[in-house]
Design a protein. Structure first.
Ligand code: BMA
Length: 319
């Protein structure tokens, strides 16, 4: 018997690499971090931190090797500001970072937890100390958003996930100025029935630019008799028209398998919001929330993901 599937990601042996036990102030849990590589090679994680009220904020952790010796800020980096941004009344969650070379700034797109559900908010920063908030750019119910790093025909492009019950798909919207959004395009649909990504999908980290197209790691949520299972899959989108899907994988590539992913505040969740790419241009370090409780690191290869996608293209007539 050969029951071996292709492994695209290898978990770090020191996983989980960050958890509440590492935090310099009292918190409930640390998960779903955004990630970026700073110009000096430092890995910066913007971690989602859930306090002991159940509300989330973001705190920066920095490491020279992206694995250990994290320098964690002694206080929250970005807190909800419900006085000026009432949509943040129940906290801010799941950040994704994109560097915009045109502006010389990082954009952080995150979930604002309003009384009417989650919406998408945006803030710009140069240094991860001061942030220029733009407020809500996609009204509830919407989340799982990230900006692409450059304009397409003069327009910025945002991936996001509005909910149209009972299903939730990935959409792309465009803006000339990051404030006003329109030209909404359906990008990737949740499948139906028994599929691992039936009914509800969403972007995980921001897309990875490759010569073959935008490589997207997305999550699928499978509902089972004992709760949801969050797993990851792959799709490739056109470089010039990023809302156009070129390939979609059939199987999931990464799912909850270790105890720290299967047991926690929310069981059976792997949820990456960021990655870094090594100087070789191929090695990817994926930072993911494990069971809404801690942060795991898994390492893979962009080339191997593209090859896998070529071999595991979903046959459209069977979807
Ligand atoms: C999703 C998001 C994530 C969370 C996951 C599992 O809907 O809210 O923040 O990790 O559920 O609870």
């Amino acid at each position: 018997m050969n029951n071996q599937h292709t492994e695209l990601f290898y978990r770090h042996k020191r996983n989980p690499i960050l958890s509440a036990a590492n935090w310099p102030y009292p918190v409930n849990s640390i998960f779903n971090p955004a990630a970026t590589l700073l110009p000096d090679g430092t890995t910066l994680l913007l971690c989602r931190v859930e306090d002991r009220r159940g509300h989330s904020h973001f705190t920066v952790a920095r490491s020279d090797n992206g694995v250990d010796d994290w320098r964690i800020e002694s206080r929250p980096t970005l807190l909800a500001d419900p006085e000026h941004f009432p949509e943040e009344v129940w906290g801010i969650e799941d950040p994704r970072i994109t560097y915009l070379s045109e502006l010389g700034k990082y954009v952080v797109v995150y979930t604002a937890f309003s009384r009417d559900g989650p919406g998408v908010s945006l803030a710009l920063t140069e240094d991860f100390h001061t942030f220029e908030r733009y407020g809500v750019i996609m009204s509830p119910e919407d989340k799982d958003a990230a900006l692409l790093p450059r304009r397409f025909g003069g327009q910025w492009a945002l991936i996001h996930r509005p909910v149209s019950a009972p299903r939730a798909h990935m959409w792309m919207s465009f803006s000339p100025d990051l404030h006003h959004w329109g030209n909404h395009k359906l990008m990737l649909e949740a499948r139906r029935g028994a599929w691992w990504d039936a009914n509800k999908i969403g972007l995980s980290p921001p897309p990875i630019e490759t010569a073959q197209g935008w490589l997207v790691i997305y999550h699928g949520v499978r509902q089972t008799a004992s709760g949801s299972i969050y797993r990851l899959g792959l799709a490739l989108f056109d470089l010039q028209a990023p809302e156009r899907c070129i390939k979609r994988g059939d199987e999931w590539i990464f799912g909850p398998q270790e105890v720290y992913e299967q047991r926690g505040d929310v069981d059976n969740v792997v949820f990456p919001c960021g990655y870094t790419i090594a100087p070789d241009g191929d090695t990817i370090h994926l930072y993911y929330g494990a069971a809404d409780t801690s942060i795991g690191l898994a390492t893979g290869s962009v080339r191997a993901m593209l090859e896998w996608l070529e071999q595991h293209r979903a046959e459209v007539r069977l979807i």
